[in-house]
Design a protein around this ligand. Structure first.
Ligand code: BYC
Length: 327
């Protein structure tokens, strides 16, 4: 058994990867059984999950910042309450996901330190600035829309705690997507200035949203193994295609134009052909060169430091409780 710094235990990381154990594990995965925390698993499976789940958790937490930027400037009380609820949901998603990752033998402390030091990744999308209120519509519609496309299949991911976290997350994400689209609908039914703001937001968020699905399959080092182990249930390109096919008609319905001159319906594949993605931009943002990347990490570190007294108070309370119990 291993023990984390918080005293949690789990199955021994597999020193020698007994072929019989590996074969039994692969057979269970192939039979669509969930793998649970105390089950034997290859070390690389555990590591891949810790990487993906913790990055996912970080994305939810950092993802609160771009929308938090507009909370005090929401155009009405109704919009403000809805946005507030959505941002709180994202915090909840981050917490379920950190808990799911902890079952794999990593600790919250380790994950947070990796985020704050810049070692851990989070979704590229949150390194773009939110310039107008229409960006709240575009984020809900496109970013949460892309997230749902990616996360619905993850409800069937092979690791039980991750799959179960996704069930709840997906229910909330679908509300998020609708609230974003509803903002866009309202703006497109408004003045010429509001319509221009909505179009401008789509222009800025469209391509970064397509990048959220990750690099193309032929340049995605993790996809093949993650698909075999059923951590991922679809490839990056397949999900991106589904997203484009679902979203373009939504844009057209309310009079928005997707900013892609090469976008054309392809009858043979029953899907859209779309223009080339600027992968250089994606990799630059992954490397930490996004427009507001520094600002995002500073904000997270500040929130952590400002919250130190809460953690200290909780520790002191727990120590007192234990002392009382011992007495
Ligand atoms: N951003 O081999 P690949 C949300 C990295 S939050 C940054 O294809 P994989 C929301 C990738 O990590 C939604 N990095 O990797 C919250 C890998 O580097 P490492 C977040 C990216 O893991 C608040 C390298 O590129 N969703 O919805 O097989 C408000 C090669 O990629 C990105 C999730 O996290 C990226 N976009 O596939 C609103 C979903 N893409 O780690 C909304 C769960 C790739 O080897 N995650 N990289 O150094 C996944 O499904 C998969 O991890 C990915 C990438 C599809 C993202």
């Amino acid at each position: 058994m291993y023990t984390t710094e918080l005293g949690k235990t789990g199955p021994t990381p597999n020193e020698r990867e007994d072929p019989a154990l590996v074969a039994a594990f692969e057979a269970r995965v192939a039979a669509d059984e969930f793998i649970e925390p105390k089950d034997w698993m290859p070390e690389a499976y555990r590591k891949t999950l810790v990487r993906q789940i913790s990055q996912h958790a970080h994305s939810e937490i950092v993802g609160m910042l771009p929308e938090g930027n507009w909370l005090t400037r929401a155009p009405s009380l109704r919009r403000k309450t809805i946005l507030f609820a959505k941002i709180q949901d994202e915090a909840g998603h981050g917490l379920y996901l950190y808990c799911a990752a902890e079952t794999l033998g990593t600790s919250r402390q380790e994950m947070i330190e990796a985020l704050h030091s810049g070692k851990a990744k989070y979704s590229t999308i949150f390194n773009y600035p939110t310039l107008t209120w229409a960006d709240m519509g575009a984020i809900g519609w496109l970013v949460d829309g892309a997230a749902i496309m990616n996360q619905v299949p993850l409800q069937r991911t092979s690791y039980g705690p991750y799959a179960r976290a996704m069930v709840r997350v997906c229910k909330e994400e679908s509300f998020h997507q609708r609230q974003g689209y509803e903002i866009m609908m309202a703006m497109m039914a408004g003045t010429a200035k509001q319509q221009a703001m909505a179009q401008d937001a789509l222009n800025r968020w469209w391509w970064p949203s397509l990048m959220m699905f990750g690099p193309p399959d032929d340049n995605s080092p993790n996809t093949e193994r993650s698909m075999r182990w059923r951590i991922k249930r679809d490839t990056n390109d397949d999900l991106r295609q589904k997203f484009v096919d679902a979203t373009v008609p939504q844009a057209e319905l309310i009079g928005l134009k997707v900013p892609d001159d090469d976008l054309v319906w392809n009858e043979a594949k029953a899907g859209y052909d779309f223009g080339a993605i600027e992968w250089d931009e994606f990799y630059a943002v992954v490397r930490g060169e996004g427009a507001v990347a520094k600002e995002r990490l500073l904000a997270r570190r500040k929130a952590w430091d400002d919250g130190a007294w809460v953690r200290e108070a909780a520790d002191a309370h727990e120590a007192k409780r234990q002392a009382r119990q011992a007495a």
